[in-house]
Design a protein. Structure first.
Length: 196
């Protein structure tokens, strides 16, 4: 923060931090930051408010980010456009983060371990996915009125869902790594065929 006097209240602290953020970043940077954490569609006005900039500026940068594939647009009320982080950009970010911290060999091992865990969940619950389990439980509850149903630990279901999500990100990272290897191999073979 700067050399200003210390704030008196939490509201003043928040305002001081916001003012500092505004003075140390561009509107584009603030809009990108806000939208990078936006998973439900918002209006340009809402993004502008959170990014401490004008709606017109927000709309311009959001449209640029949409053209780049970072933002997904959906129709809003009265012909407006709503914006959120694109799932593709989130997958790419997660995959890149994985590849930055884990070697391809380690990734292959982790994917195999996650697949084994997934098979264990499927065997334990007798269905392919947590969603199928929910349908199965609902159908069982409707068919067996008066018969107590076995309680399933919600934490186990969350762990199963998290495992499936992590496996999907790991598979995406492995696919990207494999594709990059092909691109590198193609580039090397092209470079070798070009006379010096």
């Amino acid at each position: 923060m700067s050399d200003r006097h210390p704030p008196d209240t939490f509201a003043n602290i928040n305002e001081a931090v916001g003012t500092d953020w505004e003075s140390n970043t561009t509107p584009y940077e603030r809009i990108r930051h806000v939208i990078s954490h936006t998973y439900s569609p918002l209006s340009a006005d809402s993004v502008a408010d959170n990014a401490r900039t004008a709606p017109k500026t927000a709309r311009k940068h959001l449209n640029t980010l949409a053209d780049e594939g970072f933002v997904e647009t959906t129709p809003g009320e009265h012909g407006s456009t709503r914006y959120r982080r694109s799932p593709e950009s989130l997958v790419m970010e997660q995959a890149s983060d994985i590849l930055e911290h884990v070697s391809t060999d380690e990734l292959v091992t982790q994917i195999q371990e996650m697949r084994e865990q997934l098979t264990e969940y499927q065997a334990e619950f007798g269905v392919e996915s947590p969603e199928e389990l929910a349908v199965s439980q609902t159908n069982q509850a409707l068919a067996e009125s008066g018969v107590p149903q076995e309680e399933i630990d919600p934490e186990r279901i969350r762990e199963w869902k998290t495992l499936r999500r992590n496996l999907a990100f790991a598979n995406a990272a492995l696919s990207i790594s494999t594709a990059e290897q092909f691109v590198d191999d193609d580039r090397r073979s092209t470079d070798e065929n070009v006379p010096a």
